[in-house]
Design a protein around this ligand. Structure first.
Ligand code: NAD
Ligand code: UFG
Length: 333
């Protein structure tokens, strides 16, 4: 049985990926400092899979702890989710983001080197693509960022390229997620950000639960179907399954490649709101506000590389995503 170290294991994407790994017969060793997640996620994962994660509560910045994990477990592959991810906050607190996301990842990679583990899957993001690229976004497009968060992703992608150049036995897939939403069908795990949500779906859920009066729609004057921003929403369970495929690939290959995880379809803010209203029966009040700084009108993924290399395609549609997000929120808050 292969041992997979999942950093950020109790987070949104980490928890869903841990479920898929356990259900596919892999051992999961998890680490999380619970900065943006809760420990009871471990029990929920156990309830879903009837299996458990070997969990270490702690920080990837703690090299002694990382060494302990690698000493106690023969790690075959690392799937690295642990990071801070709020774009706006990263502008206010750049040092926190560079330290946690860059130094934290370097720590993990150093420890892998020390223990001769050469298989790595990195949580990258569509945010690495230069905003002037035409859509759909292709993996070989020009990269650039508009926030420290985005630069942490670009910097680590560069580090991973350089590691491969120096060591051709290194095997890595950098998965560039578009907009993961939704939740596990069991409604036991899902997205539960601490504080005020930054992203659209958690905010819609807050309005549906009457935690907030209305949704601020950031701009209705983009050159899109209805003037509101268009994104490639992808179900988190599809994203999690993409990691299992990427991991199988990484274990038998060598090299470092970037691969998009998206559906290849764009959905506007108002289309998502309408779909959510339909599946939940809840009215989502909204106000049109000015554009949000740094936003662009429309982007979605070209998904051919994921299909060709990993044999992965998304299965769930926007209705599934809205329904699963809603079920998770209404049963858990
Ligand atoms: P999340 O915040 O739910 O999960 C990240 C987890 O990492 C959290 O549980 C947090 O407590 C943990 N963590 C953070 N810093 C840590 C540290 N120093 N040591 C140990 N644990 C730490 O976020 P998510 O949505 O699951 O995102 C996972 C990864 O995917 C991140 O790297 C994020 O940048 C990337 N990503 C997410 C999205 C998205 O929209 N969700 C899009 C693109 C990329
Ligand atoms: N939006 C609103 N109101 C809100 C929140 C968002 O109208 O309260 C709009 C945005 O303007 C945008 C769309 O909804 O048009 C989606 O916004 P999100 O904040 O949910 O997602 P982004 O595409 O801006 O960014 C997300 C992650 C980034 C990641 C990017 C690409 O937050 O980290 O997807 O993967 F880089």
């Amino acid at each position: 049985m292969k041992n997979i170290l999942v950093t950020g294991a109790t987070g949104f994407i980490g928890s869903h990926t841990s479920v898929e790994l356990l259900e596919n017969g892999y051992n999961v060793i998890g680490i999380d400092n619970l900065y943006n997640s809760y420990k009871d996620v471990l029990l929920k994962i156990e309830k879903i899979t009837k299996k458990s994660i070997k969990f270490y509560e702690g920080d990837i910045l703690d090299y002694t702890l990382l060494k302990k994990i690698f000493k106690e477990n023969r790690i075959d592959c690392v799937i690295h989710f642990a990071a801070l991810k709020a774009v706006g906050e990263s502008v206010e607190k750049p040092m926190e983001y560079y330290y946690n996301n860059v130094s934290g990842t370097l720590n993990v990679l150093n420890c892998m080197k020390e223990f001769d583990c050469k298989n790595f899957i990195y949580s990258s993001s569509a945010t690495v693509y230069d905003k002037d690229n035409s859509i759909p976004y292709l993996e070989n497009y020009k990269k650039s960022a508009t926030s420290p968060y985005g630069y942490t992703k670009i910097m680590i992608e560069q580090v991973l390229n350089d590691i491969y150049v120096a060591d051709n036995d290194f095997s890595c897939v950098m998965l560039r997620y578009f907009n993961p939403i939704g939740a596990h069908k069991s409604a036991l795990i899902g997205e539960n950000p601490k504080g005020i949500p930054n992203n659209l779906m958690p905010y819609i859920c807050d309005v549906a639960m009457s935690k907030r009066k209305f949704l601020n729609v950031f701009g209705n004057d983009y050159d899109t179907i209805d003037g509101t921003g268009v994104r490639d929403y992808v179900h988190v369970v599809d994203v999690a399954k993409g990691h299992v495929e990427a991991m199988k690939y990484v274990l038998v290959s060598r090299g470092n490649i970037g691969i998009n995880l998206g559906t290849g379809k764009g959905t506007s803010v108002l289309e998502l709101v309408k779909c959510f209203e339909k599946v939940s029966g809840k009215k989502i009040n909204f106000k049109i506000c000015p554009r949000r700084d740094g936003d662009i009108g429309e982007f979605y993924a070209d998904t051919n590389k994921a299909k060709e290399i990993l044999g992965w395609e998304s299965k769930f549609d926007i209705e599934d995503m809205c329904l699963d997000s809603w079920n998770y929120i209404r049963f858990n808050t």
